[in-house]
Design a protein around this ligand. Structure first.
Ligand code: SF4
Length: 360
């Protein structure tokens, strides 16, 4: 059985022609049912002939990730623990915001790998290790689950507005499937997300960075978190194998469209990277790159190795950047009451499952 969600449109067209003898337009119809009308059963595809539906049902499936757990924060942030067909679990998060007319819009944080090999010291996912890459259908299946949850069924007026590849995993280490997902997202007969609504976030991986930029299929965010090689080695030891000066040089020549900027993510860890000397150094190293800085206040998980920075240090850090003409915005941490940071829900679920059961 093949999962139809794993096909790009050209692949689906070829497969339906070769395996089922169906014309090209039939593949487009099926594709629209899968991604725009979110069909989960071939019988829903009413403009596809009964014979074709029967042939599809005999050799293919439509496998959405299964929702294992949902947590909703007081601020509306909603986190899903999803179970994939082989039992592997990943997380995806929906983050609300308000548009100018007062209506709610959503950003979805997507996972691209089960676990992660990068081992960043502040990240719950990093402590789990790497299990496997996600396939395209699994990556995009997270969006189907979210849209169904939101009742987001009007392709012409979507309320799920933005996608960020900032969940579990390092997207550039699963470049092949992430690029296929980005191409499929861009298809106007499918999910129809413009590249301006998608951000791919990397901790700084050399291989694949250029290819992503040249594709023009998404904006780039880079998790910097430290302004010196030495501090980066402490906080993100594996990412730091690509020396900071080489990463910064690559970002200077990264292909950007007019008015496009790289987003630098900087997680403020209390007493570690939130001091005036780091702010000065950070301003210096990013000053000649077309970018903007997001300052994220660390939200400690249980048994976390770091503390949250004090509000005074956060404000002083931001001010030092603005004083040096660096655009820096403090991002409010959402979903603090539901463990919304990457990997925390999965870690919590694993702890629950391994906890000794009380006997009556
Ligand atoms: Fe992996 Fe991202 Fe966590 Fe680092 S921060 S361990 S790259 S998921």
């Amino acid at each position: 059985m093949v999962n139809l969600l794993d096909f790009t449109l050209p692949e689906l067209t070829d497969w339906m022609q070769q395996e089922l003898g169906e014309p090209r337009f039939r593949a487009v119809q099926v594709w629209q049912w899968l991604w725009q009308r979110m069909a989960r059963d071939f019988d829903e595809m009413t403009n596809v002939s009964k014979a074709c539906r029967a042939r599809l049902a005999a050799c293919a499936s439509i496998d959405w990730p299964e929702v294992a757990r949902v947590q909703e924060s007081r601020d509306g942030t909603t986190k899903f623990l999803l179970r994939l067909a082989d039992g592997a679990e990943v997380e995806t998060v929906l983050i609300p915001s308000e548009s100018r007319d007062g209506s709610r819009r959503w950003t979805q944080c997507l996972s691209s790998q089960v676990g992660c090999a990068m081992g960043c010291t502040f990240c719950s996912t990093g402590t789990m290790g790497f299990e496997r890459n996600m396939r395209m259908g699994e990556i995009l299946g997270q969006i189907l689950v979210a849209r169904a949850h939101l009742g987001d069924t009007r392709p012409d007026w979507p309320i799920l507005r933005n996608l960020v590849f900032m969940g579990m995993g390092e997207p550039l280490l699963n470049l092949h499937e992430v690029m296929r997902a980005l191409k499929s997202l861009n298809d106007d007969k499918g999910l129809n997300f413009s590249p301006r609504r998608i951000t791919v976030s990397t901790c700084g991986i050399e291989k694949g960075l250029r290819e992503l930029g040249e594709s023009g299929l998404a904006f780039l965010a880079v998790s910097l978190h430290a302004p010196t090689q030495e501090l980066r080695e402490r906080i993100m030891p594996k990412a730091a194998r690509w020396p900071l000066d080489e990463l910064l040089a690559a970002l200077k020549s990264y292909p950007l469209k007019t008015r496009e900027r790289i987003t630098f993510e900087y997680l403020l860890l209390g007493g570690v990277n939130d001091g005036p000397e780091q702010a000065r150094e950070l301003a210096r190293v990013v000053s000649d790159i077309k970018g903007k800085l997001n300052l994220i206040v660390y939200n400690p998980a249980e048994n976390a190795p770091y503390e949250a920075p004090t509000p005074e240090r956060v404000l002083a850090f931001e001010k030092m950047l603005w004083d040096r003409h660096i655009t820096a915005i403090i991002r409010k941490s959402k979903g603090q009451d539901i463990k919304a940071a990457c990997g925390q829900l999965k870690a919590d679920q694993a702890a629950r499952q391994s906890a000794p059961q009380s006997t009556p």
